[in-house]
Design a protein around this ligand. Structure first.
Ligand code: ADP
Ligand code: MG
Length: 447
């Protein structure tokens, strides 16, 4: 059997194991894009499906693959536009809870409700980013292109980007939104398969190009060059580009000075952590979206105790909501406290560390530079602290594996997963490593 047949056989097997609705939603339209280095690269049609498969089905898929291929292989899901039908076709549910729904308007409304510029809670920390997002979705202004939004994870960059996408699509504009990782995957594949022109045509001729998490391009020369040319060409055709990053433009210098100064010539806007007042507004807003009744003291409790990111705050509201539905009880202060513990984890401090902080502190404790920590060297004096930084980014900031990979020098999520498990292993068997890791945690807790 060749790899394509292997993948079909896996699909056949999974179809038997899963419910029909789940299989149809998540896997039916997937297809093998490439088989490289013992990795099945599987194209799916949207970021939602990719994330869902990554978090919920990867293990099952890999286990099924072993049974069929006869040896251990891994799977990597990528967004691949030609997989199946377009995302918005009426019978292609985007979210598991709308599997039964075949109504396009309902789905579109749900998507909009989730990520729109109108349900983005505005405070002094993100006001400019929100205003700029609204402005670029209303009309092209050369002084605002590219718009570059940066800030720590969980502060609303992807939300704003999706809000711009929705607002522009409502006006009938052709919008392309994708994660930097997918930009790279598509570029590499298009070059290999002789389709580079088609790739350029697709991304340079849309009305609005939105690229999320461009820190992923660090160390990926052809992607950053492609992005630079794309920005130039779109700018000269009065077309809008919006980029986001977890790290500042200064830290993006490895992308090349030309690209950085090109970005600097547009509009650069930082999003910082929400203040107490904004956090309260966010809790009210997230609770009311879910139809969850909360009292002022619950809102105050959550806003006082969760300062790391909006994502963590939202996680606590979700937890509270789930708890009160499951137990059939109204939300209370004690359930808010349980939800907070769940959302922030046991390692959080009153003012949580940022990803930049973690990288700097780990680097300095292990006497390497931040660049070396993010760099390519596989010498143990770099890999051990790199793995620790990955684990801390996961546990203290709540970064996803793809975000960790991107922050740590443009690695992919499988490397980040490996790094985190390796760090856990070192913590349990290497005393020197453990004692340095404890020092790092002490410093982080003081911040
Ligand atoms: P980032 O891309 O910066 O890591 P996200 O955009 O994914 O962060 O935001 C994480 C979660 O927090 C999302 O569910 C998003 O809707 C929510 N969120 C972030 N900022 C806000 C805000 N100002 N108002 C409402 N929701 C927000
Ligand atoms: Mg994001």
């Amino acid at each position: 059997m060749n790899s394509d047949q292997h993948w079909r056989a896996v699909l056949g097997e999974l179809e038997l194991q899963m419910s029909q609705a789940s299989f149809d939603t998540w896997l039916r339209d997937s297809r093998l894009v490439a088989f490289e280095d013992n990795v099945f690269i599987i194209g799916v049609e949207s970021g939602f499906i990719k994330d869902w498969l990554d978090t919920r089905l990867r293990v099952t898929v890999e286990r099924t693959l072993v049974g069929i291929v006869g040896r251990k292989t891994s799977v990597s899901f990528v967004v691949w536009p030609e997989s199946g039908e377009a995302i918005d076709t009426p019978n292609k549910p985007i979210f598991p809870d709308v599997i039964a729904s075949k109504n396009k308007n309902q789905q579109a409304a749900l998507k909009e409700r989730l990520y729109s510029l109108d349900n983005f809670v505005v405070g002094p920390e993100n006001r400019l980013a929100h205003a700029a997002s609204k402005a670029v979705s209303e009309k092209f202004d050369p002084a605002q292109s590219p718009l570059f939004l940066y800030g720590d994870v969980g502060l609303g960059k992807t939300h704003l980007l999706s809000g711009i996408k929705n607002a522009c699509e409502e006006q009938g504009l052709n919008v392309q939104m994708l994660a930097a990782e997918n930009f790279t995957n598509e570029l590499v594949f298009s070059i290999r398969s002789g389709g580079a022109e088609m790739f350029r045509e697709k991304y340079r001729s849309c009305d609005v190009l939105l690229v999320d998490d461009i820190q992923f391009f660090v160390g990926k020369k052809s992607s950053s060059e492609e992005l630079l040319h794309t920005i130039d060409q779109m700018h000269s055709s009065n077309l809008q580009v919006v980029l986001t990053s977890n790290i500042s433009l200064d830290s993006l210098i490895p992308l090349g000075r030309r690209l950085c100064s090109r970005i600097e010539a547009g509009l650069v806007v930082q999003i910082t952590r929400p203040s107490y007042k904004t956090r309260k507004k966010i809790v009210w807003s997230k609770a009311s979206t879910r139809g969850l009744d909360v009292t002022e003291d619950i809102v105050v409790y959550l806003a006082e105790n969760i300062c790391s990111s909006v994502r963590a705050l939202e996680g606590a509201v979700n937890h509270l909501d789930a708890r009160s539905r499951l137990l059939g009880q109204p939300a209370s202060l004690s359930s808010a406290s349980a939800a907070t513990r769940q959302a922030v984890g046991s390692m959080s401090s009153s003012t949580p560390a940022t990803s930049d902080h973690i990288i700097k502190i780990v680097a300095s404790e292990f006497k390497v530079t931040s660049g070396e920590l993010r760099g390519k060297s596989r010498a143990r004096r770099f890999t051990a602290p790199r793995q620790l930084a990955m684990l801390l980014l996961k546990d203290t900031v709540g970064c996803s594996l793809s975000e960790i990979g991107a922050l740590m020098g443009g690695r992919d999520h499988t490397t980040a997963r490996y790094g985190c498990s390796k760090a856990r292993e070192l913590l349990s068997c290497d005393d020197i490593f453990k004692s340095k890791a404890d020092d790092v945690r002490k410093i982080l807790n003081k911040h």
